[in-house]
Write a protein that binds this ligand. Structure first.
Ligand code: SF4
Ligand code: SF4
Length: 127
């Protein structure tokens, strides 16, 4: 008997490089395991700094100054993630970002499923 295979879903709005962003698109940030390592690391460090600022009653200007002094010039995505790849030569954000999440952590799309939504071509407003 022939094996039934699902149709490819390359044109689904949730399809990214063979992976499916459906769950993250429904509930952004809900699953901490899916979030970008770099953004999570920076968020943790900033939270830590805010806790210290509270303890020492620092103003927001002082906090911003400390943050810029510690990380402003030196932070790069590659410092916290080995598989980071820039979006382009002009844009250093990681090309695997989806919101604050990392698409590499998402499940594989195995073809058209009940959540499939067709991506419509953008209209050309010039024509
Ligand atoms: S077809 Fe289904 S599994 Fe594939 S990307 Fe779309 S929603 Fe995800
Ligand atoms: S690959 Fe990119 S999006 Fe994923 S964790 Fe690394 S820097 Fe973040």
């Amino acid at each position: 008997m022939a094996k039934i295979t699902r149709l490819p879903a390359h044109n689904c709005i949730f399809f990214r490089s063979g992976l499916c962003v459906y769950e993250e698109a429904q509930n952004p940030g809900l699953d901490p395991e899916m979030q970008c390592l770099v953004l999570t690391e920076l968020e943790d460090r900033y939270d830590h700094l805010l806790t210290q600022a509270d303890a020492f009653e620092l103003s927001s200007e002082q906090v911003q100054k400390i943050w810029a002094g510690r990380f402003g010039e030196i932070v790069s995505w590659g410092m916290f993630c080995d598989i980071y790849e820039p979006e382009s030569s002009e844009d250093d954000r990681c090309r695997f970002l989806f919101g604050n999440a990392c698409i590499i952590r998402f499940p594989r799309c195995n073809g058209i499923c009940p959540s499939y939504i067709l991506k419509l071509p953008k209209k050309d407003i010039e024509s």
